[in-house]
Design a protein around this ligand. Sequence first.
Ligand SMILES: [Zn+2]
Length: 294
Amino acid sequence: MQSYPPVRAHTLYQNRAGEGCAIRYDRKRQKARQTLWAGIALGVALALLAGALHRLYHRAWAETEVPNDCFAAAAGDVNEPLPRYVCLTFDDGPSERTGPILEILAQQQVPATFFVCAQGINEPYLPLVRQIVQQGHQVAMHSASHKYAQIYQSTDAFWQDIKTLRQALEPYVALADLAWLRFPGGSTNTVSHRYGGSGIMQQLKTQTEEKGWHWIDWNVCGEDATAAHPDADAILRNIQGDAEGRDTCVVLLHDTKAASHTVEALPAVIDWFRAEGYAFCTVAQLAELQTAAG
Ligand SMILES: [Zn+2]
């Protein structure tokens, strides 16, 4: 999903007084009448479409906290129950947790999206990115260093970090497939303001879209990497609480060493979403579904 360019009033038809021709007058008037009726018909059609979209929006998406990407409207009969989708997303890997997570996803036949890092403790595990791709999951950009003080120093510093990340991933994934980004701390983080000023996230979001890439946050959080180290049951409860009432869930989890109970929680998380009637997809697949439907 991406933002659309603003609609511009680029075609203003004007009368050019003094250039009229008597012979062509009737034809012109007839043409004007046809244009008027076509305009009215188009106006009615647009009004109906806007009404339907408005109704859909308030029914399913007005409450979501995921900006931009999850706002696209799905189509279909408004009286039919909408399909429910869940994207499991894993941030800050790869690490020693990534292998066990991939095993569970393979057993359960569930696709996921991995927003990866590349430096420090992640570096020795980078070859796992190839396995992530081979198993049909999506690899996406997070940050090479994940150090807020560095990456949010300026927009140039941020894109330098992303360049480093892409170079590190190049042996394992086709660069053209790396089109999605999740900003460390999320797109509404305020920690970045300390380093790059209060406008930096807006600038980065705009620049991401200018590059033809997409960014996405989350609307369901397992809180699995918090200092409290919640156990598997608590992670599931966090997810259930956030997912309540949502037809589209983008779940934030972590495949880092610090997320010590995520592997244990994952089978129950998958079982719960399945029982609730959600279909699993990657972030890119969700965007395609929403584009196709909307
Ligand atoms: Zn992160």
